[in-house]
Design a protein around this ligand. Structure first.
Ligand code: UD1
Length: 417
């Protein structure tokens, strides 16, 4: 297993080009199963999760040429409606094939994703939504079986704006030759990107970016060429790196309009933030101010940036409070940050962080994707050497992170294990 070794204390200066969004490309890859025409996707990040999704689609019978930043998918001849346990358990986003498979085969058999490091993460919202859209659902040996049976309801209300459930239901609705309204839908930019893809394929999706999505499906969807939006979480992570190391980074191809909650909080912490249409520049010259923040669905502060902000606040001037409302058990990074000298106390979903003047390098272990990013950030600012093991978590969601960081002055290297 690979390890990152970081010698901290260097301010980061220069330019980083932001890759395409992981959370946008995964549902779009799944959505390509809806059409038997050729799909071409551009600005695809070279990530382990993208290759895992490509493997799943190949297993289902699609022909894939995965050469990031370009990816083509030909789903003319699918051979299976089963998403097997071996693939689904390595990546929860695999369950996004449920809607497209149900549309293509009128049935689907998808393994339950199982537990994961950041809480229970059930799929009940997906299943309730499919039931409302006329599917009969049964559970068998760890698999969910769906079969298109009843007349779909015209209006479906999600009890919580789950990103994945919204995407799964949108994809299925795009293949129903009727109008479906999804209420309390999630509003993330990745939903808007999927809506753009489905619209280009011949469906109509109105209201993307609001909590009411009106989807008019088409019995036959056509091939699409689509460019994925930039990754707002990757950009946000490097924006924190600039603030934390008192550096100055220009993030090229970032979309500041997708990052308002994060950039506003960095400005509040004392960073200088300059926003352009497709670029953001973040610099800082002092210790960050303490913050109080609560994670919320978009446009609120993203849970996927919570761990990185905890690293920032670990060296903040004063006491910060983070409340995590989206996931349970998403503070696994706190214990590792404590090993580096952070003063963090946890009570349920609330973390209280007393800012220290400095962190000290230490051997730490990555536990999930964003927690790993938080440890890299802490390592960049800590005095001395930090060794992060299990960095395969980072390879799931950050394209060549160590190279991008090295190019702006970080002393970080990968040790192959
Ligand atoms: C997506 C993102 C992930 C991000 C999350 C929240 C992808 C590939 N992943 O994950 O990076 O952290 O949105 O912004 O896009 N829930 C249920 N029942 C369900 C579905 C969800 O209880 O059927 C709960 C989850 O356990 C969690 C919360 O709802 O506590 C949010 O989950 P959801 O929005 O569905 O996240 P994902 O789509 O899994």
């Amino acid at each position: 297993m690979d390890t990152f070794v970081i010698d901290g204390g260097k301010p980061l200066r220069g330019k980083i080009t932001i890759s395409g969004s992981k959370n946008a490309v995964l549902p779009i890859m799944a959505a390509s199963l809806l059409t038997s025409d050729f799909v071409e996707i551009e600005n695809v990040p070279n990530l382990r999760d993208v290759h895992t999704m490509a493997k799943l689609l190949t297993w289902l019978g699609a022909k894939i040429d995965c050469a990031p930043p370009r990816l083509t998918i030909d789903s003319r001849r699918l051979r299976s409606f089963v998403a097997p346990y071996e693939l689904v358990r390595t990546m929860r986003a695999s369950i996004l094939v449920m809607g497209p498979l149900l549309a293509r085969f009128r049935k689907a058999r998808v393994s339950l994703p199982g537990g994961c490091a950041i809480g229970a993460r059930p799929i009940d919202l997906h299943l309730k939504g499919f039931q409302a859209l006329g599917a009969a659902i049964s559970l068998d040996a760890g698999y969910v079986e769906l079969a298109a049976k009843d007349t779909p309801k015209r209006i479906v209300r999600l009890p919580f704006p789950s990103v994945g459930a919204t995407e799964n239901l949108m994809m299925y609705a795009a293949a129903l030759p009727r109008q479906t309204t999804l209420l309390n839908a999630s509003r993330e930019p990745e939903i808007s990107d999927l809506a753009a893809f489905l619209t280009a394929a011949g469906a109509s999706v109105q209201g993307a970016g609001t909590s009411k999505l009106v989807v008019r499906g088409a019995a036959r969807l056509q091939g699409v060429k689509h460019r994925v939006v930039p990754d707002r979480i990757e950009a946000g992570t490097y924006a924190v790196a600039a603030t934390l190391t008192r550096g100055d980074l220009r993030l090229l191809h970032a979309r500041p309009d997708h990052m308002a909650a994060v950039l506003d909080r960095l400005a509040e912490a004392g960073a200088r933030v300059d926003r352009d249409v497709d670029e953001v520049r973040v610099s800082a010259d002092r210790r960050p101010r303490a913050l109080t923040l609560t994670t919320m669905p978009y446009p609120g502060f993203p849970t996927d940036m919570q761990a990185q902000f905890m690293s920032l606040m670990a060296v903040g001037d004063g006491t910060s409070v983070i409340t995590e409302t989206v996931f349970e058990n998403r503070f696994l990074h706190a214990a590792e940050l404590t090993r580096m000298g952070a003063d963090i106390s946890l009570e349920g979903r609330v973390a209280v962080i007393k800012g220290a003047r400095c962190l000290k390098g230490a051997p730490v272990t990555a536990s999930d994707l964003r927690a790993s990013a938080a440890l890299v950030l802490a390592g960049l600012v800590a005095e001395g050497k930090t060794t992060i093991s299990r960095v395969y978590h980072l390879d799931r969601g950050y394209e060549t992170m160590e190279k991008k960081l090295r190019s702006v002055g970080a002393a970080i290297r990968r040790k192959h294990g």
